[in-house]
Design a protein around this ligand. Structure first.
Ligand SMILES: [Fe+2]
Length: 183
């Protein structure tokens, strides 16, 4: 079964440190959306929820005089690149299967268009799921990054999502391993 659970990832100090920047509540909500979208796009609920949970782990804090400076952020942000790298390192350290770690990392890399040149990116189903899940939780003015959740509720939610993934993953009829690269 799974080498690494969502709870393993979520409770790791690295995750806790960086997810606070972009909002734990947002990360959990996106993971929930990704779980549901995974069925629609026929991708692994395990990979979809992990990538979604970690999608914003690459944020840097663009504060100027105590406030988030969007100008500074837009000019300098590379959070998807940084997040892909950070997530990969963390997953490998936790003992994740390297192929899964790669798929999750690339899905994080492509979850936003904000830093990409004007090219048509053909996303795999997993990559689409993470991008869509993020967009589903977006609020005006970046407010989704500020929503709060207390620690025990967050832990309960991630535990529950782990149970759902454990339950549904073996029932999923996923196509060939090349499926991810096929779109
Ligand atoms: Fe996000």
């Amino acid at each position: 079964m799974r080498e690494v659970t969502l709870t393993d990832i979520f409770t790791h100090p690295i995750t806790q440190k960086y997810l606070k920047r972009s909002g734990v509540a947002h990360a959990l909500e996106v993971a929930n959306h990704a779980f549901h979208l995974a069925f629609k796009y026929n991708v692994s609920v395990d990979l979809a929820t992990k990538a979604a949970l970690l999608h914003d782990i690459g944020h840097y804090e663009w504060y100027r005089q105590g406030k988030w400076d969007y100008e500074l952020y837009r000019e300098n942000d590379i959070h998807a690149i940084k997040g892909a790298e950070r997530a990969h390192k963390l997953l490998i350290r936790l003992g994740e299967n390297p192929q899964n770690a790669k798929k999750i990392s690339v899905a994080i890399l492509l979850h936003t268009d904000s830093y990409l040149p004007e090219i048509d990116v053909k996303r795999s189903p997993l990559q689409k799921v993470v991008k869509l899940a993020d967009e589903m939780d977006e609020e005006k003015g970046g407010n989704h990054h500020y929503r709060q959740i207390d620690k025990s509720t967050a832990l309960e939610k991630i535990n529950y999502l782990d149970q759902l993934v454990e339950h549904y993953l073996p029932k999923q009829q996923l196509s060939s391993p090349s499926h991810e690269q096929s779109m």
